[in-house]
Design a protein around this ligand. Structure first.
Ligand SMILES: Cc1cc2nc3c(=O)[nH]c(=O)nc-3n(C[C@H](O)[C@H](O)[C@H](O)COP(=O)(O)OP(=O)(O)OC[C@H]3O[C@@H](n4cnc5c(N)ncnc54)[C@H](O)[C@@H]3O)c2cc1C
Length: 539
């Protein structure tokens, strides 16, 4: 998968997607797979927006049942299953537990009824799913089970515990990248660091957008019959450019990645203010989510301030009183600006349903906007977007197969099975710890990395003794995974920095190799290192 900005100007596309988050990538993959000529531009790195910052949970939509939204629950269950089918080695089951109380909506009876309904709506939740990914139905257990799970965080007044299962994503950024790769493998032109700046119109018809290549400064006009706005937090300004008046505010949502070791299950408890928070394991650490602002946020309101962080930590400690979390234990704050709604009483909450908007109704032909609300359902939302795009183009396309086709490099069932194959085929070329970790992050593309090591044995060496990453993985990221900056490599491709700053020595070593590969001078290297440090900064 190579970045080739000049190919954006080479032809007229059926579909141009603005935004390379999970929604844009899933739209590009779906459109390309159905045979539409497709391009995607992303102003930063693919998957660097909210699609990096989520809480890694593939939700089955259990909470939608509390509001009686069975259709939404069904959609979430089907999309949770789709991810398990197309990338079984990139999701793992995770048990969630929440105390039941005498309050009617949180009572044992209500939770039992909810689980019965969930099991009925999700009767086929495990169809076509690998055996180790089959999810049990939810169940209600007694106070003893609650005490055992919550330990010193157990509270008086709790009557038992509700336990259900979803998936989580240990290598979420590799899942996002797999969608990018799938789009490219089906012929889509993907260009990161390419910012859409202006709409190009012909009469009342949108004919594409003007794009700035942020690596070269070149201006490119991309000609497209339909443009899909999948810009996440920037969705509204683009909707306005396409003639609409978006009616939803935005909120800033956050998770905390901590240095605390995590238990095996996710625990949910209410804060003093009544908001449900979760502490869950992710890569052996405790991840806490999700808090959101009470006031509307601007699309680029992504800085996290010390006061905000402390307020979130205080909320966490009110939900889990024995935790005693300290802000100093927070290694990274996930943050994203996401669509919201305002209740009749004026309170803001996260928008529950995605929006797909056809700008024909605003008098602008050739444009569709999509505001997604969950990573989990992005594939299914993309299918709906491409159905609409095909209808607008007036073409019959091949059927959508993105829900059943395994993603490139992730065709196998379990990481352990693939590790055995890798050890049998390539043991001795790189050290075994590096090989195992390559399989977990790269899927079958471990072969391409190992091939580079076989051709140039110096590349089999680790750049930093404590990190099981051979130098060849950096070369692979640059040459085959469109990594353009040091943060792309450190944070998203090799995930050594996905949960915390990997340390000055690692950043310097990875930076030196990137500088060599991309011809950076000392000033550029210093700026790249500073950008990595900035990524973890709390202001
Ligand atoms: C804290 C938090 C926790 C969450 N937890 C979960 C969870 O556990 N499970 C779940 O399913 N969902 C979760 N979500 C929701 C999920 O992360 C989002 O719904 C999803 O990632 C949104 O994807 P997207 O593609 O719409 O947006 P994004 O990932 O933000 O992508 C939009 C992209 O558009 C690009 N862009 C913007 N303007 C331009 C332009 N002019 N030109 C080119 N590109 C542009 C941006 O750079 C960005 O990369 C969470 C969200 C947050 C913030």
């Amino acid at each position: 998968m190579r970045r080739n900005a000049s190919s954006l100007a080479a032809r007229r596309f059926d579909v141009l997607v603005i935004g390379g988050g999970i929604h844009g990538l899933a739209v590009a993959y779906d459109a390309a797979q159905r045979g539409l000529a497709t391009a995607l531009v992303e102003r930063g790195d693919v998957g660097s927006g909210s699609s990096f910052n989520h809480a890694k949970t593939v939700h089955g939509g259990l909470r939608s049942l509390q509001t009686g939204d069975a259709a939404k629950a069904r959609f979430s269950i089907c999309e949770r299953r789709a991810l398990a089918r197309i990338a079984p080695a990139l999701v793992t089951p995770l048990a969630f537990m929440m105390g039941t109380t005498r309050k009617i909506t949180r009572s044992r009876a209500a939770m039992r009824a909810g689980f019965l309904l969930d099991a009925a709506i999700g009767f086929d939740r495990n169809a076509g799913v690998e055996p180790h990914l089959r999810l049990p139905a939810g169940r209600v257990l007694g106070r003893g089970a609650y005490d055992a799970a919550f330990g010193r965080n157990a509270r008086a007044g709790v009557t038992g515990v509700a336990q259900w299962s979803d998936y989580h994503m240990p290598e979420s950024d590799r899942l996002t990248l797999a969608f990018a790769r799938a789009a490219a493998a089906n012929g889509a032109v993907l260009v990161n660091y390419a910012e859409a700046t202006e709409a190009v119109t012909r009469g009342r018809r949108l004919a594409g957008v003007r794009v700035t290549d942020r690596l070269t400064g070149d201006e490119i006009e991309v000609d497209a019959r339909i443009t899909v706005n999948a810009t996440g937090a920037a969705c509204q300004p683009w909707m306005e450019r396409f003639g609409a008046r978006p009616d939803f505010p935005l909120l800033k949502a956050m998770n905390l990645v901590t240095s605390r070791p995590a238990g095996p299950v996710a625990l949910s408890a209410p804060t003093a203010g009544g908001r449900l928070l979760l502490i869950m394991p992710w890569r052996g650490r405790m991840l806490v989510g999700t808090s959101h602002s009470d006031q509307p946020a601007a699309p680029d309101d992504l800085r996290v301030y010390r006061g905000e962080l402390q307020a979130f930590v205080d909320e966490v400690n009110s939900a889990f009183p024995a935790l005693g979390l300290d802000a100093a234990e927070v290694t990274l704050v996930h943050r994203g600006v996401v669509p919201a709604y305002r209740s009749r009483r004026g309170a803001l909450g996260l928008l529950g349903h995605h929006r797909i908007h056809d700008h024909d109704q605003d008098g602008v032909a050739g444009a569709v906007s999509v505001a997604g609300v969950k990573y989990t359902t992005a594939r299914g939302v993309a299918e709906q977007v491409v159905d609409l795009v095909a209808a607008k183009l007036g073409v019959r396309t091949a059927p959508c197969r993105t829900g059943t086709t395994r993603l490139p490099h992730w065709e196998f069932g379990t990481v352990t099975g693939e590790v055995e194959r890798a050890r049998a085929d390539a043991g001795g070329v790189v050290d075994l710890e590096c090989l195992d970790s390559l399989v977990a992050t790269h899927g079958t593309a471990w072969r391409a990395v190992v091939q580079r090591c076989a051709e140039e044995p110096a590349l089999a060496a680790r750049l930093v003794p404590g990190l099981p990453v051979p130098a060849a993985a950096v070369v692979h990221a640059v040459e085959d995974e469109m990594a353009c900056t040091l943060a792309d490599v450190v944070v998203r491709r090799l995930s050594i920095g996905a949960a915390s700053y990997p340390g000055d020595a690692a950043v310097a070593a990875f930076g030196a190799l990137m500088a060599f590969l991309l011809g950076w001078d000392a000033d550029r290297l210093a700026a790249e290192i500073e950008a990595v440090r900035d990524f973890y900064r709390v202001w």
